[in-house]
Design a protein around this ligand. Structure first.
Ligand code: FAD
Length: 322
């Protein structure tokens, strides 16, 4: 038994970014363990992703094909991956942490007498899989005991997809044996966390506003900064709960996880539920009048000041610099 298998999200767009991030986690694990990495995915629709990876591609990809897998069911997916994993016998199986994965992978893991180590944010030598507990107040490292397979899901935004390089993998077809009687569920419409008019997940720059803005009438101030920077506008939860901005713009544990190049937090305290959604950003800038606000603990640059003075000045400076 050896090797690392990285599994794609099976949905229309293959959740390309999550797959690339999971591959980056897989490469790190491969470096730590000296094991080879392969990839797997269901159906034809995501086959393109096997051809367009960034970073060193896995040597081989397994395209799982069966008419009963055209629509997602946990029964079908468990059966298919159980057979593939038994055939390949990998030590580690890595998944992007998605609604779908949360649904079927714990059951898949129990078929092997294992559990899923979920929401992993870092991988240490050993290997140890790091995940947060109690809304991020504690961080725990899990070191799997015994032999594989070890099932791990990777938190979105925790690993950066490798840039450049890339290439195609050799694709092998895998046809599992599945009987219609084994599928006990009828697939409904796939769940979407938020309407997809804005894709915060792939935004390069985000200006995010919190309760420090005080009233909805003041939002244009921050909107102007976002526009000047060519950034998407996002928010902490109270702003969306108040209906000042739509829920699809909420960042955090019950909103989106983002990892832009620039995350500018305006009047946001930095509660842990917010931090888990944005701390993977490459450069974090925080504007807050409280020098002890927890947001400054994760910020690369901090401006202690009144946002009603700082934000207009910053907007003017950005416009002038263009
Ligand atoms: C189960 C659960 C899930 C949650 N999910 C999320 C989530 O997904 N996303 C999320 O964001 N929160 C979430 N929360 C809420 C979270 O706990 C915080 O309440 C929330 O993030 C606080 O938002 P805030 O920082 O905008 O407001 P506050 O905590 O009120 O902070 C406002 C900040 O603005 C600063 N400020 C005030 N006036 C000015 C000024 N004039 N100039 C500059 N700074 C100023 C203050 O110093 C303060 O730091 C969740 C909570 C729970 C229990």
């Amino acid at each position: 038994m050896s090797g690392i298998l990285v599994v794609q999200e099976a949905r229309g767009d293959g959740n390309a970014r999550a797959f690339q991030e999971t591959l980056a986690a897989g490469r790190l694990l491969a470096g730590l363990t000296g094991q080879a990495m392969e990839a797997a995915g269901i159906g034809d629709q995501n086959k393109d992703l096997f051809l367009h990876v960034t970073g060193t591609p896995p040597a081989r990809a397994h395209a799982i094909r069966h008419p009963l897998l055209e629509k997602y069911t946990s029964d079908g997916y468990v059966l298919a991956f159980e057979q593939l994993i038994k055939k390949l016998a990998p030590d580690y199986v890595l998944f992007p942490h998605s609604y779908q994965v949360r649904d079927y992978v714990p059951r898949l893991a129990t078929r092997f007498g294992k559990v899923m180590i979920s929401d992993v944010t870092a991988i240490e030598a050993g290997p140890g899989f790091v995940r947060q507990l109690f809304q991020g107040k504690l961080s725990a490292t899990y070191r799997p005991a015994g032999s594989g397979p070890c099932f791990v899901s990777i938190q979105s935004g925790a690993f950066r997809a490798d840039a450049g390089g890339g290439g195609a993998m050799d694709i092998e077809e895998f046809a599992p044996e599945i009987d219609a009687a084994q599928i006990r569920t009828k697939p409904g419409e796939p769940f979407r966390g938020a309407a997809q008019t804005v894709d915060l997940g792939s935004a390069q720059r985000i200006v995010s506003v919190g309760r420090g803005i005080k009233e909805a009438e003041n939002l244009p101030l921050v909107q102007a900064l976002a526009e000047a920077l060519g950034a998407e506008l996002a928010a902490s939860r109270p702003i969306c709960d108040n209906g000042w901005l739509p829920m699809e713009r909420q960042v955090g544990s019950s909103g989106h996880t983002v990892a832009p190049k620039l995350y500018l937090a305006v009047g946001i305290s930095g509660a842990i539920q917010h931090l888990v959604g944005m701390k993977g950003s490459q450069c974090i800038v925080a504007i807050n009048k409280d020098p002890d606000a927890p947001i400054f603990e994760v910020a690369d640059y901090g401006i202690v000041g009144d946002l009603f003075e700082v934000v207009p000045a910053l907007t003017e400076a950005v416009k002038a610099a263009k």
